[in-house]
Design a protein around this ligand. Structure first.
Ligand code: RFL
Length: 395
């Protein structure tokens, strides 16, 4: 058997999603060599649509590293959420009182495309279509990452650290021996039909509560929208022909005139969350969805990935520059602190938005409680400030 091509670097980053690409750009900017291995093609990575809001904290983080113009330039700012209860609308503000930049409406695929371009234009080493990624020697001084390049050649890269940024089903977490990590999974017992359509976006992110179930409408570009419809856990996408989708959206959003457009994606998925602890094993540092999945309510999954990425990049930078290991040693603790804070926020919002609508699942008492919570959020300044702080990522 031919020997793999031997290579060396400081950090191997597995996965070119928001977490991996942010790690790579921050390390590259700090002059630290890294190689990024991505399973998919560049075209695939740049069109994968998911999140839509970069929270205030993350916008400021890109600004601190001098990357905001390249990575987020042109994205519109928004600090208002619209909540409709049985067609009656209320606006929730989540801007901060200071003069700093605020949250931006930036679809995940735009962020990813900008991060890829910034990294490659700066001479970064990003290898698409890398298959058979396998991690070894993680508890030693010099771990290795093997992979097969698109021409069939095997490579083996020796490094100081591995950033496991390859999502919930990647190779990084799977390389950790059983029993070393503890998983904390949670099933919200709610399913959504998620729909992407070439239809005009709403003026603000919109969440609607009604007896027919939850519905959401979010911008995913100037002429693209992401819709969510709460549905039965047993539903399949085929149970939702386009006519039914638009009819339910009009009813639940209370918007007879909602403009329809071609639907490009329809998927049913159960809302679930999970945290894997600790987020470090030897010289492997898990970041983003590789370490935790947050239900999409509250828009925190991608933002948490960006947070982990920065904590890791700072820790490596401090270690390389000054031999300071404290950031590496506290990585897991620091990231998990924010992770659980965001999981709590997301669960709180998930419960409120769903319980306040269709009470066939949880009963009328829970519906009344959820409506009281929502009312307090809109009326009490202290409640709305706490909400704004969490939305901004500054709590
Ligand atoms: P990603 O984005 O999954 O990227 C992982 C990358 O790793 C690659 N990969 C591998 N590469 C090499 N070898 C392997 N063995 C590999 N296995 C996988 C993959 O191809 C991919 O390129 O993880 P990352 O970077 O941690 O980012 C996490 C976010 O993508 C995720 O948290 C969000 O999308 C979650 N999410 C949302 N987050 C928000 O902040 N706001 C939202 O509004 C929001 N909406 C959503 C969402 C997630 C959704 N889905 C589909 C789960 C809406 C939806 C529908």
């Amino acid at each position: 058997m031919t020997q793999p091509v031997q290579e060396e670097t400081c950090v191997v980053v597995v996965g070119a999603g928001p977490a991996g690409l942010t790690v790579a750009n921050l390390l590259h900017g700090a002059g630290i060599p890294c190689v990024v291995l991505e399973r998919q093609s560049r075209a695939y990575a740049e069109q994968r649509q998911r999140a839509g809001i970069v929270e205030t904290r993350a916008v400021r983080m890109f600004q601190d590293w001098g990357l905001d113009a390249r990575v987020l330039g042109g994205a519109p700012s928004d600090d208002v959420l619209e909540v409709r209860v049985d067609g009656r609308h209320r606006l929730l503000r989540f801007g901060t009182d200071d003069d700093g930049p605020q949250a931006l409406l930036c679809p995940q695929q735009v962020l990813v495309a900008n991060l890829i371009a910034t990294f490659l234009d700066g001479g970064g080493d990003l290898r698409f279509e890398s298959s058979e990624v396998a991690l070894d020697g993680l508890t030693g001084q010099r771990p290795t990452v093997r992979y097969r390049s698109p021409d069939g050649t095997m490579h083996e890269i020796a490094c100081d650290f591995v950033a496991g940024c390859d999502g919930d089903h990647g190779a990084s977490r799977a390389a950790v021996p059983e029993g070393e990590l503890t998983a904390y999974p949670f099933d919200h017992r709610i399913s959504w039909l998620t729909v992407l359509a070439e239809a005009p976006p709403p003026p603000h992110p919109l969440m609607a509560i009604s007896r027919h179930g939850y519905a959401g409408h979010f911008a995913r570009g100037p002429l693209a929208s992401r819709f969510y419809l709460q549905c039965a856990p047993t539903d399949q996408a085929d149970d939702w022909p386009d006519d039914r989708v638009w009819q339910h959206l009009r009813t639940r959003l209370g918007e007879d005139g909602l403009v329809a457009g071609p639907i490009t994606e329809k998927v049913v998925f159960p809302l679930r969350s999970v945290v894997h602890e600790p987020m470090r094993y030897g010289r492997l540092y898990l970041a983003g969805d590789a370490a935790h999945v947050v239900s999409p309510v509250g828009g925190k999954g991608m933002n948490l990935a960006l947070y982990d990425a920065e904590v890791f990049a700072r820790a490596v930078r401090d270690f390389i520059a000054d031999g300071d290991e404290s950031g590496l040693n506290s990585y897991s603790r620091t990231c998990l602190h924010r992770t659980w804070n965001y999981q709590e926020f997301s669960r709180w919002m998930t419960e409120m938005l769903h319980d306040a609508g269709d009470d066939s699942r949880t009963g009328p008492f829970r519906r009344k409680l959820a409506l009281a919570r929502l009312d307090r959020l809109c009326r009490s300044r202290a409640s709305s400030l706490a909400f704004a702080e969490l939305m901004a990522g500054l709590a």
